[in-house]
Design a protein around this ligand. Sequence first.
Ligand code: ADP
Ligand code: DAR
Length: 363
Amino acid sequence: MAQGPKECRVKCVLRAMDEAYARLLQSDSKSLLKKYLTQEMYNELKEKRTPTFGSTLLDCIQSGLMNLDSGIGIYAPDPEAYAVFAPLFDAIIQDYHLGFSPAQTHPPLEWGELTAFQNLDPENKYIISTRVRCGRSIEGYPFNPCMTEDHYKEIEQKMTNAFQGLGGELSGTYRPLTKMPKCEQERLIDDHYLFKEGDRFLKAAKACRFWPVGRGIFLNKDKTFLTWVNEEDHLRMISMEPGGDLGNVYRRMIEGVNAIQQQVNFSRSERFGFLTFCPTNLGTTIRASVHIKVPKLSADKEKMKSVAETHHLQVRGTRGEHTESEEGIYDISNKRRLGLTEFQALKEMQEGILEIIKIEQSL
Ligand code: ADP
Ligand code: DAR
């Protein structure tokens, strides 16, 4: 019997995915996608779809197929994808989050005792600034590849209302990208407040459709509490300030998250904690970072890499992910976010940064 247009389209997509997957296998890609998507697993998953949004394996892996230099190469197009494509997600999650196995569940939220956190560099000799961010998804909405233009607008409207409820130190203004002059946008990016545009990994993951509709940034008066709306995740809530006072930065982020949580429901799973578009951000979703100059240690790239690995730290360039260091400034943060509490993730970062400063002082 002749195939209908829909069947024909499905077959064309599958053939294109087969060809892209073959290219991945033949490449020297170091992505976790290549490491774990075996031919057997590919054949098992290639025709599966998520029940609510109909997401496919291609929706999950398209970024990693198009960007062979991906570190990970996979995103969840909707919350159900983590279960429907579990063989692939679980293997990548266990590797990235240093052993979080399919048998494990993420612990309940635990901010911990703030007095455990200190100023990591009270004499301001090494740390230029400190930032703590977390991501949240809003209940009832899919992730980028499945979102409609109205979804972006609805989330932006929900958050515009929620931001009006922020008082005291947190009070500020929401700035939609659709009404932001390019020069102001570039200045906010240069000053490390606003997300970069045109990330090719996110573009390939279909996370930039309808751009810049529904995208924007909330800034409090002192630019020490920010919230990104509809970049990679529905929300990124960020606390940051000059210097190394990790305790004060963490306190402010907690206050901001708790205040916003009074007004919107966050999407959380029993197994993975807070759900995010990228599996590297699941769980606590916390990335606590310092912009730091350690000229002696950073002169020895292998030593810096080994110290970071030992302390479960990730080293990024001055402008964040996929960028290089400028003027010797590195963005160093916790790597693990899943399978430990918020308190433990912050402690892991604090201990790692204190060790890096100790090593720098010993060289
Ligand atoms: P994310 O933190 O959301 O994973 P990026 O790595 O892209 O995203 O970083 C986003 C922005 O935050 C970049 O401009 C980066 O320079 C800035 N940033 C990260 N850590 C710090 C810090 N400790 N101080 C100042 N800016 C920072
Ligand atoms: N481009 C992706 C990034 C993975 C982690 N970073 C995120 N989610 N911003 C990669 O596979 O390299």
